[in-house]
Write a protein that binds this ligand. Structure first.
Ligand SMILES: C[S@@+](CC[C@H](N)C(=O)[O-])C[C@H]1O[C@@H](n2cnc3c(N)ncnc32)[C@H](O)[C@@H]1O
Length: 393
């Protein structure tokens, strides 16, 4: 049987899932009227009127989030010139808030551990501008390839590198000094030095990538398969670097100084807070939703994955750095319970109040200093956000 929430038919299994997790299905009643959000590329403010004329609607400034604008839900932006020229991109305001919580400052080296398809990664690159670096990691190659397309489309890739890898074991540190100016190579070494990125990769690199893919299909442990570098910009630290330098893993104490300044763990989840995602199952079949999303065993596996992603992300953070954990699920099991378990096991982790969050239209989570966005309270998609800092040990 279908239960109708406004014009939105939700299957019984989904309603049951919400109820079992203490979530009120009525938060989805406003889903049909939720605005669409865009982020305007900084520097394009003078073009707002032109963009409004193209979209045939007013761009309403989101007062609590810089560079964000809301539009009526029916406006399609994908065919617009402003979108195709990379002046605007679609990103929900709650997602923007999660990135904002990182307090990105020029020069930061940022790790985005579940990066694809890349809306948050693009925003981080935009905030960084001409400095620092962003390392995007995702286990799904096709999704990360879409992220690469997006980064290149918005001409944001100069300080970015993308690795297909398992975020629970990824261990590469940022390259903080311009490698090209750091090393002097003998002609022998130069063969193995990364040159400018090109989509036509040299034979040797293609062979390595094929080998890495073969290893992962043979289901060797993720620790055994090397992260596959599928993109790097001119100033991402990769150009001029040797393979040994790039693939140098660091564990333990050294990470406290060599780790990332900021880490985003936007973890894989059941997506129950994103009604637009749930609606896609109307076409794919509600049974697929039950099998792929709501299955209790899968949810248990997910909470373990979330815990491991959070733990590894925190491991790669330098002392004094900040980590934001977010999911587009609103269940306590995938959010508060994951972070409570994590805090119990990590004495150097401290929950941190998110700057300016007092002015944000969201609720507090069950754990103090955590935030919950939902369609009714926030006029956004559902999102849980928590911020940690790393204390000296
Ligand atoms: C919620 S999505 C991330 C959305 C992304 N941050 C954005 O803003 O576009 C979660 C991502 O986690 C990835 N993922 C799942 N398991 C992973 C793992 N073990 N390591 C790294 N990424 C993983 C999925 O492929 C998916 O792309």
């Amino acid at each position: 049987m279908m239960e109708t929430t406004a014009n939105l038919p939700l299957p019984d299994a989904f309603i049951d899932f919400l109820k079992q997790n203490g979530l009120d299905p009525s938060i989805y009643t406003s889903s049909d009227t939720l605005p669409r959000y865009i982020r305007l590329k900084p520097g394009c403010e003078a073009e707002i009127e032109e963009i409004e004329a193209e979209f045939k609607c007013k761009l309403n400034e989101v007062v609590w989030l810089p560079s964000f604008y809301s539009l009526p839900p029916h406006v399609q932006i994908a065919n617009s010139k402003a979108y195709q020229d990379g002046k605007v991109y679609g990103i929900d305001a709650a997602s923007g808030a999660a990135v904002h919580a990182l307090n990105i400052v020029p020069g930061d080296h940022v790790l985005d551990l579940c990066a694809a398809p890349g809306a948050k990664l693009c925003m981080i690159l935009d905030l960084l501008g001409n400095s620092g670096s962003v390392t995007g990691v995702d286990v799904a190659r096709h999704r990360l390839a879409a992220c690469r397309t997006m980064v290149r489309k918005y001409v944001l890739g100069d300080h970015c590198r993308l690795f297909v890898a398992d975020g629970t074991s990824f261990s590469l540190i940022p390259i903080r000094v311009s490698a090209a100016s750091k090393f002097e190579f003998t002609s022998e070494e130069e063969v193995d030095v990364f040159k400018e990125w090109t989509s036509k990769r040299p034979w040797k690199e293609r062979k390595r990538a094929a080998k890495a893919r073969e290893a992962s299909t043979l289901q060797l442990t993720s620790q055994n398969s090397e992260p596959e570098l599928i993109f790097y910009g001119q100033h991402s630290g990769v150009v001029g670097c040797t393979r040994d330098e790039l693939y140098r893993s660091i564990h333990g104490d050294e990470l406290s100084t060599c780790g990332y300044d900021k880490v985003l763990v936007d973890a894989e989840c059941t997506h129950d807070g994103s009604i637009r995602h749930v609606q896609k199952f109307e076409n794919w079949g509600w049974q697929t939703l039950q099998r792929r999303v709501l299955d209790a065993e899968r949810t248990d596996d997910l909470t373990n994955l979330q815990f491991r992603l959070l733990s590894n992300g925190f491991q790669l953070l330098k002392t004094g750095g900040s980590l934001v954990y977010s999911t587009c699920s609103l269940t306590v099991a995938q959010n508060e319970e994951v972070i409570e378990r994590f805090l119990l096991e990590n004495s150097s982790a401290e929950l941190h109040e998110i700057d300016n969050s007092g002015t944000w239209p969201c609720k507090s989570g069950r754990v103090s200093k955590t935030l919950r966005f939902d369609p009714v309270t926030s006029q956004t998609s559902g999102l849980f956000v928590a911020k940690f800092t790393k204390l000296p040990t």
